[in-house]
Design a protein around this ligand. Structure first.
Ligand SMILES: [Zn+2]
Length: 349
């Protein structure tokens, strides 16, 4: 009892700190791209295709010999891709140069177009976050696969229907798919940031958070009846769909998206925390560890710090923390499946 009280108090404390961090996060602005030196540099680059002595590969402005170019190099799609790619390169080289100047003056790094000045590795814009997202994807896949084997090959199945005794199997399968989808687009977005990858990353992440909230409500309130599940999920699904459509087709509003994501995230922490407190679930310590770790991880995103040596920022650290948390989370889900199956089969005997 004492342990559960302690867990609940910590979760409350973390929720309050998240709220405060969220307020600070909203007032922080990206100022690197407003710097006149940076803007002049990008404009010069766009005119000349060079940055001082550096010639940016494939971004020269010369149109000589255009008729000798391969057919695909004259295609509109290729030309617009090249323009986008060059603009991204110009911004990158100007940002690196400006950051070197700021460092010499003893000033802190600043954000450019909402992002810290990361050093690229090959074509990867944020190599550490991209690699960690790929590792998260693998851990999610491993978690889902072991869950699948546990339910269909280790635990008993209902004799008539060959279905699992665990009432939330289908819901966790959907959760597994949405998690893998979110980490896949996270890996793409951190590798290469363009309009489509940004929208897909944003949409798949908020879809996962929203769906997790639905799943949290259904599990913590033990909603087992199909009709009740539809009644609970429908308003949340309608809201989530509208929000995702708004982000994709009206405005990719980061402030709004952050508010929606934090509200849904905090609601889940409170619900799971209260559930762990009132139930006597044998694996509530795993759940509490995930909740506390997840809350602290969310804080990292708000108390944002610039990348160490140009690679490892607060966001990358958050993606590193989610790897062991995901192991523990799937371990809790599997324990829950085992616990429920044992409870139901015992009652039937
Ligand atoms: Zn990320």
């Amino acid at each position: 009892m004492e342990g559960r009280c302690y867990c609940f108090r910590i979760i409350w404390l973390v929720v309050i700190i998240i709220g405060m961090g969220f307020m600070f996060a909203l007032v922080e602005a990206s100022d690197g791209d407003a710097d006149p030196m940076y803007r002049t540099c990008v404009e010069e680059c766009e005119k000349t295709g060079t940055l001082g002595d550096i010639s940016i590969p494939n971004c020269g402005t010369s149109t000589d010999g255009i008729s000798n170019l391969s057919w695909y190099m004259q295609e509109p799609l290729y030309i617009s891709w090249k323009e986008w790619n060059c603009r991204s390169d110009f911004r990158y080289y100007c940002m690196i140069r400006r950051e070197q100047e700021l460092r010499k003056l003893g000033l802190r790094p600043v954000k450019y177009h909402g992002k810290w000045p990361f050093i690229r590795i090959s074509a990867f814009q944020e190599p550490v976050s991209a690699a960690l997202s790929a590792m998260n994807l693998f851990v999610q896949f491993n978690g889902w696969l072991t869950f699948f084997f546990l339910l269909y090959y280790k635990l008993p199945l209902r004799p008539q229907t060959s279905r699992t005794y665990y009432e939330y199997t289908g819901l966790w399968h959907i959760y597994g798919f949405l998690s893998m989808n979110a980490w896949f687009w996270s890996a793409i977005f951190h590798s290469r940031d363009f309009e489509l990858s940004e929208k897909l990353h944003c949409s798949s992440t908020v879809a996962l958070i929203g769906y997790s909230l639905i799943l949290t409500i259904l599990r913590t309130f033990s909603v087992k009846n199909g009709a009740s599940r539809v009644m609970v999920s429908a308003p949340l699904l309608a809201f989530l769909t509208t929000h995702i459509l708004y982000l994709n087709f009206c405005e990719l509003d980061y402030g709004l998206n952050m508010k929606v994501s934090v509200a849904m995230g905090v609601a889940q922490i409170l619900l799971w925390g209260a559930w762990a407190f009132v139930t006597h679930h044998p694996s509530s310590f795993k759940l509490c560890t995930v909740l506390i770790g997840g809350s602290l991880g969310m804080l990292l995103d708000y108390y944002d710090f610039p990348p160490y040596k140009g690679y490892f920022d607060a966001h990358a650290l958050w993606h590193a923390i989610t790897i062991p948390l995901t192991f523990l989370w799937w371990s809790f889900i599997k324990d829950d499946a085992e616990f429920r199956t044992t409870t139901i089969t015992k009652k039937m005997m």
